[in-house]
Design a binder for this molecule. Structure first.
Ligand SMILES: Cc1ncc(C[n+]2csc(CCOP(=O)(O)OP(=O)(O)O)c2C)c(N)n1
Ligand SMILES: [Mg+2]
Length: 600
């Protein structure tokens, strides 16, 4: 079990005494002094009261002392090198724990750096609270030019699920409670909490302060689906000749793992996991249709979406992917959509059976309607899926056993696949283009919420923030498969990984560039192509610079040895895996989303 990873520093007795509440009121008049508390302590007490034990952030005016006091109060404070990474850490901590991940930043630029992650949390439906210190309201509102002046609340609003500002110490309890409720209830999301500098030293009576705090009761209330909606969904699924279930990351977030598995198994319906739902059932499950994705999507007649949205990742539920005649045409499928948001249905195509409620309650209700007489899907369908799967798996196996020099994505990822199989509790972080797409299809996952990746936006930059959070909140080994470009967005956090001694093994799929590394400047000029990096960069030395382990590998055998050692030792490790620089394709599997120039 976790060693250093989950332990927070125990506050020393001296530190606690120094930090004890002040006493107000003179004794000269004979009046008993009243103990006081202040904004700093009320923020900490409000978070602690609500079970929050970890804060990701970066200190500076006006929150430097808050970071110290949080640590003194026994909370784990993980201090990053850039707020964006702290923000991504908070967002994924929210996904993994169902508690809002907290990111703490300074004003203006620190806030803006955290904002990308806040927007990411909202888009991905991860509960997160960005807490930023802000400058003096009077000066900000008169645009008088304060230190780091910015109307942060106004800027955060369109990107957050909710945004609040607290001006008075006695309102901190309410502010924190509202932020927690907003982040967790219904469809989770990113919440902004603005705490002006002046709030922190505000002193109030300690008893009144304590009384003002709120322990949030039932922050994510269950939403029980309507019985007629459940019946409609089951009737439609039962009527199918070629049913399919799609599990999204909402299903993974729900932590209803046993019921979801039971639903899939009792119906006997083939299922497709979206990227972060991989492992809800083991990818090796006989009903898993991942290896036959391009067959089942156009062929299916009824599709049950569970916590998955019909956004671009599912080609909006229409077009050629779904058997439609052209890019925009509907393929004719009927959909059941299980989602917590009543507004989700019909966002792209008609949803014949929307089932609104929290995933856990909906799946339970569906299960209750499935008895032993439930008709299994026609064998023509399940065997057609199985045949297609078998063919594709065999094709893949052939590619995986090849051992080219330099390594291909496939020959390197074949090693990662084995390592993950042997360590199913490890959490896999994944970003890049080819480095992402190949990993997603090659590396099987065996347990829920073990794969965390670029998410709804397909962004680069989540890597090291996710690694830090995953290791910190779960104590598990983390394996990150990173494109060399993707790694660059957050690479400085290798220092953070070393500082907190986190069990993170980073594998860089180093093909010298964005998508590939063999592109030249078409003008023949001396500047390189915008898509390539310094050739044969020694990324492993970055890890060595901070006391971690760096390894340069050029063969699958070397990669295997280095990964095994990293997992055995639990030491921060960066493996620079040299991959054929011509091995990737533009944008990985989403080449078609690149607008084509009219003029060549
Ligand atoms: C924040 C952000 N900036 C830019 C992009 C565009 N983009 C997509 S993938 C990628 C990098 C791909 O290169 P790499 O990570 O090395 O993966 P490879 O395909 O080479 O394996 C970039 C820059 C993005 N998705 N997100
Ligand atoms: Mg690359």
């Amino acid at each position: 079990m976790p060693d250093t990873a989950t332990k927070s520093a125990t506050p020393s007795a001296t530190a606690t005494a120094q930090d004890a509440p002040k006493v107000a009121g003179g004794t000269e008049s004979g009046v008993q002094p009243q103990p006081e508390t202040d904004g700093f302590h009320l923020v900490i007490d409000a978070l602690k009261l609500n079970g929050i034990d970890t804060v990701f952030g970066l200190p500076g005016i006006p929150i430097t002392d808050l970071t110290r006091k949080l640590q003194v109060a026994g909370m784990r404070v993980i201090s990053f090198r850039h707020e964006q990474n702290a923000g991504y850490a908070a967002s994924i901590a929210g996904f993994l724990t169902q508690k809002p991940g907290i990111c703490l930043t300074v004003s203006a630029p620190g806030f803006l750096n955290g904002l990308t992650a806040l927007a990411h949390a909202t888009t991905n439906c991860f509960p997160m609270i960005l807490i930023s210190g802000s400058s003096e309201r009077e000066i900000v509102d008169l645009l008088q030019g304060d230190y780091e002046e910015m109307d942060q609340l106004a800027i955060a609003k369109p990107l957050a699920k909710a945004a609040f500002r607290v001006l008075h110490a006695e309102d901190i309890g309410v502010g924190v409670a509202r932020a927690i409720r907003a982040a967790l209830s219904g469809r989770p999301g990113g919440v902004y909490l603005d705490l002006p500098a002046k709030l922190f030293p505000q002193a109030i009576d300690a008893a009144a302060g304590k009384g003002s705090l709120i322990k949030v009761v039932d922050a994510a209330p269950r939403q029980i689906p309507a019985p007629d909606a459940v019946k409609r969904a089951l009737d439609l699924l039962k009527s199918a000749k070629k049913p399919l279930i799609i599990l999204g990351k909402g299903a993974a977030y729900a932590q209803a793992d046993a019921d979801i598995r039971a639903l899939v198994e009792k119906t006997g319906v083939p299922y497709l996991p979206m990227s972060m739902a991989k492992g809800l059932l083991p990818d090796t499950h006989e009903q898993c249709a991942s290896a036959a994705r391009s067959f089942v999507l156009p062929e299916a007649d009824v599709v049950m979406l569970i916590g998955a949205r019909l956004n671009w990742l599912l080609s909006h539920g229409k077009g050629k992917t779904w058997g439609g005649a052209s890019a925009k045409t509907w393929g004719g499928q009927k959909f059941v959509q299980v989602d917590i948001s009543p507004q989700e249905a019909d966002s792209n195509v008609r949803i014949d059976a929307p089932l609104v409620g929290d995933i856990g309650s909906c799946v339970k209700a569906l299960l209750a309607g499935i008895d032993t007489r439930w008709p299994k899907p026609p064998p023509e369908w399940t065997s057609a899926v199985a045949d297609r799967k078998k063919k594709n798996v065999a094709k893949m196996a052939e590619t995986l056993t090849k051992d080219p020099s330099p390594m291909s994505f496939q020959s390197a990822l074949n090693v990662v696949r084995d390592i993950v199989k042997a360590n199913p509790d490890a959490i896999l972080v994944n970003e890049g283009a080819n480095a992402l797409d190949f990993t997603r299809s090659i590396v099987d996952m065996y347990k829920p919420r073990k794969r965390i990746d670029v998410g709804t936006w397909g962004i680069m930059g989540i890597g090291m923030g996710y690694c830090v959070a995953a290791a910190a909140v779960t104590g598990q080994q983390v394996i990150a498969v990173e494109g060399d470009s993707a790694f660059g967005f957050s690479g400085m956090e290798t220092e953070t990984i070393c500082r907190y001694k986190l069990p993170v093994c980073i594998v860089i799929m180093n093909n010298n560039g964005v998508y590939r590394g063999d592109e030249a400047n078409p003008t023949g000029g001396s500047d390189p192509s915008p898509l390539v990096f310094v050739k044969d960069a020694r990324y492993e030395k970055l890890m060595e610079a901070f006391g971690g382990v760096g390894v340069h590998v050029t063969t699958p055998a070397e990669l295997r040895k280095a990964m095994e050692e990293a997992i055995r030792s639990r030491k921060p490790t960066l493996i620079n895996a040299v991959i054929d620089e011509g091995g990737g394709t533009e944008s990985g599997r989403i080449t078609s989303l690149n607008p084509a120039a009219k003029k060549k």
